[in-house]
Every structure is written in C-alpha cells, then in structure tokens.
Design a protein around this ligand. Structure first.
Ligand SMILES: Cc1cc2nc3c(=O)[nH]c(=O)nc-3n(C[C@H](O)[C@H](O)[C@H](O)COP(=O)(O)OP(=O)(O)OC[C@H]3O[C@@H](n4cnc5c(N)ncnc54)[C@H](O)[C@@H]3O)c2cc1C
Length: 460
C-alpha cells in the first residue's frame, strides 16, 4: 500500500494528494441520512483525463478500490469511500471547455457544478435543464446518479440530456462515446450504460450536454387541495390535456408547514384554507411569451378547480421563486425534523394516489410515520421516513419500496442505490437482471476496483 500511495503522490504532486491522516471529516460521507462515514486511505485530485487513466492503472496493479467523488450531495452513500480505498475527487477538473451556441451544446469537465454552469450559460440565453435540488452538485455526479429533479417532467432526466461522455474504464482505457450529435444508431449505447452507474463502471472525465433556450415568461401556481388523492388524480390530466409545465410537484401539508417556517415563505394563503388543505400542487409554466403563459394558466386553473382545488393562486415572481427554492431544500427540513431516511420510489404517474395511500398504511403498520413531497409529474415520491429502531426501519423501508415495485415502479427514481439501498436492491431486483448487471460490471471493470461496495453491496 505504501508503494501505491507513494506512486499516486508522485503522479499528481504533494499538493494534490491527501494521506489518510490529512483527510477531513467532510470527505468521508455524503448527504445520505443512513450512510456511515468511511475514512479512505487517501484522496487524490487529478487535473486531466491522462492522470485519471494513470491512477486507474496504478489501482489495478495494487488492487486498490477507487471511489469517484463529485460534490458529495448524493443521498444514497454512493460516493462514500470504499473501505481500504482511495477517493478520486473531481473538484480540480472543473473547467467549462466549450459553449457551442449554434448546436446548443456545452462540453464540461465533471467537477463543474450546476451553479457554475448556469452562470456561464445565462449570458448566452441558454440553460442546462436538469436541476436536482442541490445546485452545488457536479455534472460528473449528475451523470453517475442519472440525476432528475423538478424540471424532469418537461425536459427529462440526465439520460435525456447527455449526448456524450469521455470515461476511463476499470481497465485504464480512456474511451469516448457519443458527442455533439443528437442521434446515433451505431451499436451499443455506452453513454447510456455509464449514466446512473454510480462510479462502478468508469470514471467520467468529460461530458457533452444538450442545452435549452432560456424562456423569458414564467409563472408559478400554487393550489391547495383537501386531499392528496385529488392532486394525484389531477396530475395525469394536466399532462394529457397537452399542458407542458416545467415543474409539477405535490407537497403534503406537514412538509409545506416546515418549508414555510424554515424558509420564511410568504405565500399569502388565507388561514382557513391553510388549516383545511391536506396537500398542495405546485406548477411552474414557462414560455416564450406572456400570452402563452396566460393561456396555459387559464386552462390549468379551470382544470385544477374541476379536480377539487380549493383555490388557484398565481404567485408574485419573488414568492414563486422562493417556493421553488424551498421545495428544493425540503430535504434539509425533513432532516432537521428528525427523518431517518428518504425513500424516492418511482411509480407509474397514474398510480401515485394508490401508492401514497398504501405507503401511509404500511408506515402505520410498522409503527412508523411518513410525510413528504415529490415530482408528481414523474410519479416520483420523496417520503421522509421516521423510524428510529434500525430493525423496524429496515422492514418498513423494504415494505415501502416493495409496494412501489409491485405497482410497476422502481426502487429509486433519481437518488440511486449506493450503499443505503443495496440490501433492498438485492432483495427486490430480479436475480437474472442482477446477474446481467454483474457481467456488465465485469466487462467494464474486470478487477472490481471501481466503487466495489456500491449497488450490489459489500459482498463484491
Ligand atoms: C437538498 C438536496 C436535494 C436534492 N434533490 C435532488 C433531486 O431533486 N433530484 C436528484 O436527482 N437528486 C437530488 N439530490 C441528490 C444529489 O444532488 C444528486 O444525486 C447529484 O447528482 C449528486 O451529485 P454530486 O456531484 O454531489 O455527486 P456525489 O454525491 O459526489 O457522487 C454521486 C455518485 O457519482 C459518482 N461520481 C461522481 N463524480 C464522478 C465521476 N467524475 N465519474 C464517475 N462517477 C462519479 C460517485 O462515485 C457517486 O457514485 C439532492 C440532494 C440534496 C442534498
């Protein structure tokens, strides 16, 4: 191990390498509520794809696990160091390499954060539409978790917005896949295989992103309802009628109360209505012109009223932005309130009502409590689960996730499996699919050095 660490330190220079003793606490965990911190044998900060390839070759020779690290805003423990392993931080590979206005494409290094990209694109009248709740997240982390967020209902998730990738495989080979083109029918899609692979198949060194024009006209709508079921029933209809909201979320009353309190939101909802509402629908409408926004607002308001909205408020711009930001930060409210885990099951959009009713019952049966909000337009719920007892918590998490899968959904809509959900992944996934995924992992990473304890669990 000494030889390996010496070689790593010589490769990048002493100022870009931290030995175990110098690793700060902040480098041992992510934001996951259930993930245990792990101290790595060191942290290295490469500055080029060539250095990353050399690091992988060294790790292969010495059989040392490597865990890629972006901004560590992940919620499933996916960037927590593998025990006995080295962390490869992409914080120093943070250059925006190109903004191509004609093709509406940006090429970035993986350490670029969403905030940095937004700031660089705005003067060009462009934006990258994927917006997971944490703007400090890196593009490398977004690719590796297939990040989603609130705007996915209109623009899709990372998978629909990454056109190409440069990556170092577990073999040390540096390959490119995809590029500045929007379609390809040229063999297996390696780009898509890498997206969502949580650093287990390759270390991403460059990403080519599809951009969208910034739309100047915007409005935020807030509609309180007596029941969550009414919102869940209205959602499919909003989309079926051809409306194209950029954001379509549900927030239960408890979560809204915490958001209003924590973020000092002034939404101007009459007291009586606030006391009565069990849940809220939030929609953002963006278009090229105010008239198009107005037209959509009219249709939306009459539709939501038809489905039981107590009222439909078009918020003043500042309050609207505040609400969206507060929704993005809802995780911190749940954490402060003592939530023990966040479940991000995705179900078919039209099954949200059924799922949420089931989730409440399952939680009660296990002496637990759930509350939350979610990307209703995507069928993606975010349930804060309150259960202190670890054994009971494991059972209720398995029941909640299992219920989503049984309704035709999936274990995680966007936060990934990491270590937090690997037990339930191994329990609920089809054995044949797990076996295939393992063969894919072996092809990309024959020695199993890339984030080996993630997705499939520590047994690897
Ligand atoms: C308040 C809050 C709200 C959030 N809301 C959302 C949301 O709405 N939607 C959503 O999708 N997520 C959400 N997240 C989760 C998180 O922001 C995303 O998962 C994000 O994509 C993680 O990016 P990161 O740079 O922090 O990655 P990290 O946490 O550092 O890493 C995540 C994974 O990516 C891998 N990785 C990182 N860089 C590379 C690389 N260069 N090559 C290969 N693998 C790499 C890591 O090994 C790990 O497996 C939220 C998080 C917080 C704290």
């Amino acid at each position: 191990m000494e030889g390996f660490l010496q070689a790593v330190s010589e490769l990048v220079g002493a100022d870009r390498f931290l030995g175990e003793d110098a690793v700060g606490e902040e480098l041992t965990h992510d934001e996951g509520l259930l993930t245990e911190p792990v101290v790595p044998i060191g942290v290295v900060f490469p500055e080029s794809a060539g250095e990353v390839a050399e690091l992988v070759r060294l790790a292969r020779v010495h059989r040392v696990p490597l865990t890629a690290r972006g901004s560590a805003s992940g919620l499933s423990g996916a960037c927590v160091p593998a025990p006995g392993g080295l962390v490869v931080s992409f914080a120093r590979m943070n250059r925006i390499l190109e903004i191509d206005r004609e093709n509406q494409i940006a090429v970035v290094e993986p350490g670029v954060t969403l905030d940095e990209l937004d700031a660089a694109l705005e003067p060009h009248g462009l934006m990258y539409p994927v917006r997971p709740g944490e703007q400090s997240a890196s593009l490398g982390g977004n690719v590796s978790t297939n990040a989603g967020g609130m705007r996915a209902v209109r623009f899709g998730v990372t998978r629909q917005n990454v056109l190409g990738i440069e990556v170092v495989l577990g073999t040390g080979e540096l390959i490119r896949s995809g590029g500045k083109f929007v379609k390809s029918s040229s063999g297996y899609d390696v780009t898509q295989m890498l997206i969502g692979s949580e650093g287990t198949l390759g270390l991403v060194t460059e990403v080519t992103l599809k951009l969208q024009p910034l739309l100047p006209a915007s409005a935020t709508v807030l509609a309180p309802f007596d029941t969550l079921a009414e919102i869940a029933t209205a959602i499919p209809e909003v989309l079926r009628r051809g409306l194209t909201p950029t954001i379509l979320e549900y927030i239960d009353a408890l979560t809204m109360g915490v958001m209003v309190e924590n973020e000092k939101l002034d939404l101007n909802i009459p007291d009586e209505m606030r006391r009565r509402a069990a849940a809220y629908l939030v929609a953002v409408v963006d278009h090229r012109s105010e008239s198009r926004v107005e037209e959509d607002l009219e249709t939306l308001a009459s539709l939501l009223t038809e489905f039981g909205a107590l009222d439909v408020f078009v918020l003043p711009p500042q309050a609207g932005r505040g609400l969206v930001l507060a929704r993005e930060r809802a995780f911190y409210g749940a954490k402060a309130a003592g939530a023990d885990e966040i479940v991000d099951v995705v179900v078919p959009r039209a099954s949200i009502a059924e799922y949420l009713e089931l989730a409440g019952k399952l939680a009660a049966e296990h002496g637990s409590f759930v509350a939350g909000c979610g990307h209703a337009g995507d069928g993606n719920v975010h349930l804060a689960v309150f259960q202190r007892d670890p054994a009971l918590r494991e059972r209720v998490l398995s029941a909640l996730i299992g219920a989503g899968v049984a309704l035709g959904g999936a274990i995680s809509g966007e936060h990934g499996i990491g270590t937090a959900k690997s037990p339930v992944f191994m329990e609920l996934e089809s054995p044949a699919r797990i076996a295939l995924m393992r063969r894919v992992k072996d092809a990309f990473d024959p020695d199993g050095i890339l984030n080996p304890d993630k997705i499939f669990g520590a047994e690897r």
